[in-house]
Design a protein around this ligand. Sequence first.
Ligand code: CP
Ligand code: NVA
Length: 301
Amino acid sequence: MKNLFKLLDLTKEEIIDILDLAEQLKYERKHNISHKVLDGQKIGMIFEKASTRTRVSFEVGITELGATALFLSSADLQIGRGEPIQDTARVLGRYLDGIMIRTFKQETVEKLADFAAIPVINGLTDFSHPCQILADLMTVREYKTSFDGLKLAYVGDGNNICNSLVVGALKVGMQVSVAIPTGYEPDERVLEFAKQYDCFEMTTKPEIAVKNADVIVTDVWTSMGQEAETKAREQAFKGYCLTTELLEAANKDYMVLHCLPAHREEEISTQVFEDNAKYIFEEAENRLHAQKAVMVKLFKK
Ligand code: CP
Ligand code: NVA
């Protein structure tokens, strides 16, 4: 593993290795055991979109691994004024040991890595959010102890979260069912991958997806960059809301995950959100541990 672009690039074993290391790092942090294995390194964090969790968890993680984090917002960088990513990459590659980037196009992440010649981590694109899904898988395993025999359901937009979730959950061996309105399906590359699995199902009906599910996931109807479509999306996603009534069809000890930020009474009811807050905020914490594991794997010299 040289970079983290998307979960499609990882084997099941690589995913499990990251989760195992993340668990170990979580244990060490809890017991004040220092793990400054990236001592002295300089890691850049490029943001072309807003962020709370990704920004803070990466910066804290980098610091805890003994490295220095540089927050690089596109509002301040020359990329915000049109400097090509190829040039930015060739400059940053000479200063830094690694880069995390949150951007729009998946190709930007891969181009950055090509030209910078240092490891690059995808901190969210329009296509994928691998760091989030590693944290989600870590949270599922933490509460359910294993992935064996679990059914995961996703209700909502076939967006970056859905794309990465379908791939990650299928790779680790879960049954996956997604409920998505027509016209908002996951990316073609993801559907092509999912087609190989008999245990993958896509429907337009949330009640079918959540039936007997152990893990239920949703995300916002309108992602960053799609704000102009908000009204049309509110129409299209009516009924794609995790409510207590809908979840009656799920398995008794189900858990709900949400990457956050959440829009209450849109994709999730306030009741369901609060009933599942312990899982959702553990999931947010696990971003830190999962990303530290990825950074150790990619940046440790
Ligand atoms: N879930 C997630 O990536 O959150 P932020 O947008 O706050 O980073
Ligand atoms: N789908 C959301 C995820 C935010 C973490 C977005 O891209 O805005």
